[in-house]
Design a protein. Sequence first.
Lengths: 488, 169
Amino acid sequence: MPASYIPPWEDLLRVLPEIVLTVGGTIAMVLEPLLRPEKKRRLGWLALAALLVALWATAVAHVFAGPAFRAMIIVDGFATFFRALVIVVGALAVLCSLNYLERERADSGEYYALVLFSVVGQCLMAASNELIMIFIGLEISSISTYVLAGYLRDDVRNNESAIKYFLLGSFATAFLLYGIAWIYGLTGSTDLSEIRRVLANPELAPAGALVGVSAALMFVGFAFKVSAAPFQIWTPDVYQGAPAPVTAFMSAGPKAAAFAIFLRVYMTAFEPVASRWEPVVWLSALATMLVGNFAALVQNNLKRLLAYSSIAHAGYVMVAVTAHSEIGTAAAMFYLVAYAFMNVGAFAVVTHFARERERYVNVDDLAGLAQRQPVTAALFALFLLSLIGIPLTGGFFGKFYIFKAALEANLYWLTGIGLLNSALAAYYYLRIIVVMYFHEPGEAAATLAPPAPALKVALWSSAVATLVLGVFPSLVLDFAGKSATLAR
Amino acid sequence: MADTILFYIFAAFVLGGGVLTVTRRNSVHSALWLIVSLLGTAGLFLLRQAEFLFAVQIILYIGGVVLLILFVVMLVNLDETARLRQFNKAWWVALACAVVVGIEIWYVLNRGLETLEPGEAPQTAATIEGNTERLADVLFSEYLLPFEIASLLLLVAIVGSVVMAKKRI
C-alpha cells in the first residue's frame, strides 16, 4: 500500500518555509554558472525574495499549526516565532552582504545558497520536537556557517576563523550526539514529549545520575552553540576573523535557533529534573556575563569587542533560562529578537565602515564619524545604547523582562550581579560613542563613502525595529507570552 | 551450533583483520586487511538476519570507503611512509584506554546494570517479514522527514567542501 507513505498535505504546509528556502537555494546554485560575474548580484536579490516568501510561508504554516511527519516537527507559536526571527536575520544579512561581496570581488551564488540553507537548518531547529531532527537541523545550520565563516579563502583571518569554528564546533556536536545517544538508551525514545513522560514517571524514570550525564553532555553541545561560558573561547576569534556580514548573521541567527532548541529540550524533556540542571545553568549564566563583559572592556578591535558583548548578552538570556518558567521563556524570546536587531545593526555599521579587506575595524578608526556621516553615527549610537539597555530601545525592555522573570523565580543574586554587569557594559559601549562624537576625524572617517542603498535598508530597518521594540514592546511580547507554553 | 561456529569465524575475521590493519607497515596491505575486518562485520550482520546492513556494509564500506582509502594510499609515497616509525609515543595511552573499555564491557556483560539489561534476542520467526522491508517501512513512514532532510545536510557538506577547495570562487 504505497499510498500510505505519502504525507498529508497539511504536513507539507507545515514545512513550507523550509521547502521555499531549499528551492530558493537550489535555484541560486543552478543559475550561478549561467550568470556573468557582474550579474551575480542578482542572486542576492533572489535569496532576499526567497527569504521574504519564506516569511509569508511561516505565517501560512502557523495557520495550520500542529505536529507534522509523525510529530517529528511541531508548528506552534514558539516555532513560528523563531522561524520568523531567523528568516528576518537571514534577510538582513543578505542585505549587508550585497555590497560587501562586490567590494571583495567574491560575489557568487554559493554564498547566498549557503545562507539560505543555514536558515533552513535554523527553521528546522525552531520547529523540531525530536532529537534526531534537532541534530540534523543543527548540523545543516552549523556546516553552512562554518563555510560562510571562511568564505574569502585568500584571507588568512577567514581561514583561521573557519578552521577554529569547524574543529571546535564538530567536537561540541559530538558531545550533543553522545548525550542524545544516552537519553535514547535510558528512555527508549528521541521524542521530547515521550522523554518527558518517562522522566516524570517515578516508576519508569532511569537512575538520576545517568539522566544527569545525558543532560550534561547535551548542555555542552548547546552551551557551545550559544557561546555560554565555559564553552565561549571560540567566539572572539571566529567573530573577528569571519567576513563582517557573516559575523552579523551568525551572532544572531544560529544563536537564536540554538537558544530555541536549548529552551525546548530543557523546558520539555528535562523539565522533570529541573532542580538538577538549574544550578549548572545558574553558574554558567553568571560566568558568561562576567567573562563577556570584563573581556570586552579591554578590546580595541570592534568585531572582537562585539563578540565579547555577544557572549555577555548570551549570559543575560541564560539568566532567563535559569528561571525555567513561562515568563522566563517569553523574556528570553523577546530578548533574542531585540538582540538580533541591535546586534545585526551594529555589525552592519562595522561592515560599512571596514572598507576593502576590512582595514578599519578598530575603535580608534571611528574617530570623528559623527562629523562626516552624522546619520550613520546616530544609528550606530542607537544600536549601542540599545545594547547597553537604555530606555526607549529594545534592549531596555529585553533586560527588564529577563530580570523581572529572574526575580519572580527568586534568583536574587543572579539578578543583582546581572544588573551590575549591564552597568559595567555601559563603559565599553559608551567609549565607542565618545570616539565617534568627540574625537577629531581621522583618515578612516574622512575617506568614508556614503552607505550603499541595500545597506541603508538593513541599517534603517534594524533601527526602526529596535525603536519599535523599545516603545511598543507588547507587539512582540504578547505573542512571545502566548507561545511560551511549549508542547508537552 | 553452526551459528556459533560461524560467529567465531566472523569474529576472528573482524579482530584479526583489525589487528593486522594497524600493525602492517605497508599501507596497501593495511587497507586490504581492513577489507577482511569489514567483511567479518558484514558476516555478523547476516548472522543476525540484518540483510540490509549486510548489503550496505559491503557496498558502502568495502566498495566505497576502502576503495577511496586505496586511491589516497596510491597517491602518497609508499617507500617514504614505510621507513617512518609506525607508532608514536602515545601508544600505551591507547592501550590503557582499550584495556579500560574492555574491563567496562566485561563488567557490564557479567554484572549488568539494573537499568541496562541486554534485550531478548529477536525471534527468527518474527523476522519472516524481512528485515529490509521493515527497515524501509520505518524509514519512509516514521522517519520520512529526517531521511529527506539528511539529503540537504549532505548537499550543504558537498557545496561547502567545493567552495573551500576551489582555486577561484
